[in-house]
Design a binder for this molecule. Structure first.
Ligand code: 5RP
Ligand code: CA
Ligand code: CA
Ligand code: ZN
Ligand code: ZN
Length: 226
């Protein structure tokens, strides 16, 4: 299944990744950001329906100069104490969230349309792919409508969120380490879609389905084979 998923990602297709029964218990739609299209955005918005986010490797985040949102809030709390009181120290399934800043490409209009969001995401991936991270502010403005996520250093070796799953997958594919992820929601209950239903969606749409454990195992094998 992992080979099938890597092949699909290299072809610019969506793959589904369920994290873990001991974590969020969510299946995210994932796509490599360098292949992001308005059609992907439409599918993700309609069929996944969660928060559309763009995970970046720690290396790309450093090169762009983007911190975790919590670090920004910590520094800003000197002037705005409420930001310090909001510290996310009680996430029920994790020690830390991956949230960073939000951005729009400077040539977007409102930033929220499928065209604008897909363009913002793809252009950010291409900026990283071309090693032009130092020109981030020339082409992007913040805040915006695309939520950036910062992967942990060493990604799945240190955190097992979808953020890190995305970066492990792009690394194994040899792709730019920028991705898109979005939780699959159940339109009837309003809860995260149950795994049996996300698996059924994968089957019906011919998409690869992976568990977080499979991604981590494959990544260890990838490291061993280097
Ligand atoms: C942003 C989230 C999602 O769960 C997303 O999958 C990234 O987070 P994580 O790395 O914690 O899984 O919180 O919508
Ligand atoms: Ca829907
Ligand atoms: Ca999360
Ligand atoms: Zn997640
Ligand atoms: Zn989530």
């Amino acid at each position: 299944m992992i080979d099938e998923a890597l092949k699909a990602l290299k072809n610019g297709e969506i793959v589904l990744v369920f994290d873990d029964d001991n974590r969020e218990r969510e299946t995210d739609m994932i796509v490599a950001a360098e292949f992001m299209t308005p059609e992907h955005m439409s599918t993700i918005r309609n069929d996944a329906g969660g928060l559309v986010c763009t995970p970046l490797s720690a290396q790309n985040s450093d090169a762009l100069g983007i911190p975790f949102m919590t670090d920004i809030m910590d520094i800003a709390s000197k002037k705005y104490p409420a930001l310090g009181e909001l510290t996310p120290n009680d996430i029920p399934y994790d020690e830390k969230s991956a949230f960073s800043i939000t951005v729009n490409h400077r040539s977007s209009f409102t930033g929220i349309t499928d065209n604008d969001r897909a363009m913002t995401i793809k252009e950010l991936a291409l900026l990283c792919k071309n090693g032009k991270q130092a020109e981030f502010g020339k082409y992007f403005r913040a805040p915006g409508h695309v939520t950036l996520l910062r992967a942990a250093e060493g990604h799945v070796l240190n955190r097992r969120g979808h953020t890190e799953m995305c970066i492990a997958l792009t690394e194994m594919c040899g792709l730019t380490e920028v991705a898109v992820c979005c939780e699959m929601m159940d339109d009837v209950t309003g809860n995260s879609m149950q795994t049996k239903d996300t698996k059924k969606y994968a089957e019906e749409h011919g998409l690869a389905f992976l568990s977080g454990a499979e991604v981590v195992e494959a990544y260890h094998e990838f490291l061993d084979s280097k």
